[in-house]
Design a protein around this ligand. Structure first.
Ligand SMILES: [Zn+2]
Length: 144
């Protein structure tokens, strides 16, 4: 099926119905399946009850892009940088907060560090793709 490329990359996939499954969420460190997966209107719907992750962040964390969620993905083929643009504002904010916390000597949790590294990787990809982003200099982060 068209959605097998997604299911194949998820862990502990268990079938619940004809086009309905549960699986481990790849966005957070999931040991027991917390995520529901189902097909509706030729679209793959995913939702993690533990961390709230939805389809777009799920496919991104398994190395696919949002077009993998659609049987007919024409609308996403038009813009290969769709996800990079969509996550840009959140990433810029997260990076600024992380750097501010680090500078003031706060203890940083592993999951926050991981999120920061992922945001930095996307920032790098945006730079490569020439996508505009807000890089707040560390000296101007006092407001955070
Ligand atoms: Zn999750």
């Amino acid at each position: 099926m068209w959605y097998d490329q997604v299911l194949d990359r998820l862990d502990k996939v268990r079938r619940r119905g004809e086009e309905s499954w549960i699986a481990c969420c790849p966005v957070h460190d999931d040991k027991n399946p917390s995520m529901t997966v189902s097909v509706k209107d030729r679209k793959l719907l995913m939702y993690c009850f533990a961390c709230g992750a939805k389809g777009d962040s799920v496919v991104e964390s398994i190395g696919l892009n949002a077009s993998a969620l659609f049987e007919d993905s024409k609308e996403f083929d038009a813009d290969p940088h769709y996800l990079l643009k969509k996550t840009q504002e959140d990433d810029d904010f997260l990076i600024a907060i992380y750097q501010s916390a680090k500078r003031s000597g706060e203890r940083i949790k592993y999951k926050d560090h991981k999120a920061y590294m992922e945001a930095m990787a996307r920032r790098h990809n945006r730079t490569e793709a020439g996508i505009a982003q807000t890089i707040i200099p560390e000296t101007q982060q006092e407001f955070l």
